[in-house]
Design a protein. Structure first.
Length: 346
């Protein structure tokens, strides 16, 4: 796309996907959300365009920036790194990141989007419009001994886990996504949130293989809760999870996350990444109750056609009536309509 001295910026193609992922695995600042497979996820599961850019110097890859283009009449037109993911901003050496971000701004203008959104764990552009107080992430280092981790859970939360254990809950790894989709779609409907299509979860499993795992909790053969987790280097990221009507009384979600933590220790995982939550929400409080400290996320923007930052999130008062109405939808109806909306909520 451009040539800045010895530094060149290219668009990712199939021939360079392996090189891209090798760089991501070796780059300390890279995350699971920088993997090349997300480009195919965006195309196959949602029909969105992917513009994954990489920087190359003297034949060596030295930076990556995954971008997805979401166009929606309801929610706007945005170029995002990476849609549906916690992070995805440019990673690599300093000059590579600067060149990639310049290329992203140029691309945003050529695509005539409303905004370019770059998602970082640290502030990168203090002078850019940003959302710095909306989202936080929760991460914690695990001890190799599951018993040590169990005792580290705050007392009240540990009691919830014990109730699940005493109720006879069982965790098992799922080969497919049927039980995950059933539990997850019921849970997000109850929260008033549109559900993703089953195809999305199937695509994640197909593209990321063993690094994308589903853990389902049952009680006497009935599904109680289920979670899809991503594994990256020495980290586990429980990303999509939910519980059925049984989960509340049986403490299914509490047991599920403990069982995942216990299993992750057996795989040599060092970091339990509980993921993103909006400040002040139920999931934010739930994760704090586990003894995890919130870490601010920094979502920085370039306004291209827009004159103000987008505000598509459930905390926006203008969506309150929609959310309350959505909670009352019959589950089959929410599963049918939801994917048409969720595909644009990157």
């Amino acid at each position: 796309m451009s040539n800045a001295g010895a530094l060149q910026i290219h668009a990712l193609d199939a021939a360079n996907a392996t090189r891209w992922d090798a760089f991501v695995m070796g780059c300390p600042d890279a995350t699971f959300f920088h993997r090349a497979g997300w480009a195919e996820v965006l195309r196959r599961a949602f029909g969105h365009e992917a513009h994954f850019l990489y920087a190359e110097r003297e034949g060596a890859l030295c930076g990556v920036l995954p971008l997805g283009h979401i166009r929606s009449r309801l929610f706007g037109n945005a170029l995002i790194s990476t849609p549906f993911c916690v992070l995805g901003g440019a990673v690599g050496d300093t000059s590579a990141c600067a060149a990639l971000e310049t290329a992203a701004v140029e691309l945003a203008h050529s695509l005539k989007v409303d905004v370019l959104e770059l998602r970082h764990s640290q502030p990168r552009h203090p002078d850019w419009p940003a959302k710095r107080d909306l989202y936080v992430n929760f991460r914690k280092t695990l001890d190799p001994d599951p018993d040590v981790n169990f005792k580290a859970i705050p007392r009240k939360q540990r009691a919830m886990v014990r109730k699940g254990i005493d109720a006879g809950l069982q965790g098992e790894i799922d080969a497919g996504v049927d039980r995950l989709f059933a539990a997850y779609s019921e849970s997000v409907r109850n929260l008033g949130t549109p559900v993703f299509a089953r195809r999305y979860f199937e695509t994640l499993q197909a593209l990321f293989g063993a690094d994308c795992e589903v853990l389902t909790v049952t009680h006497h053969g009935q599904t109680v809760a289920s979670v899809m987790s991503f594994y990256f280097r020495d980290q586990v990221l429980p990303y999509y999870g939910g519980g059925t009507a049984l989960a509340r009384d049986l403490k299914g979600n509490d047991f599920m996350y403990w069982d995942l933590m216990r299993r992750a220790c057996g795989r040599g995982v060092r970091i339990f990444d509980y993921g993103r939550s909006k400040v002040g929400t139920g999931s934010y409080s739930f994760k704090k109750n586990w003894g995890f400290a919130p870490e601010p996320l920094h979502y920085e923007f370039q306004l291209v056609k827009a004159t103000q930052l987008p505000d598509v999130n459930p905390l926006n008062p203008k969506y309150r009536l929609f959310i309350e109405a959505w909670k009352r939808l019959p589950l089959p109806v929410s599963r049918w309509i939801g994917p048409f909306l969720a595909r644009s909520l990157g």
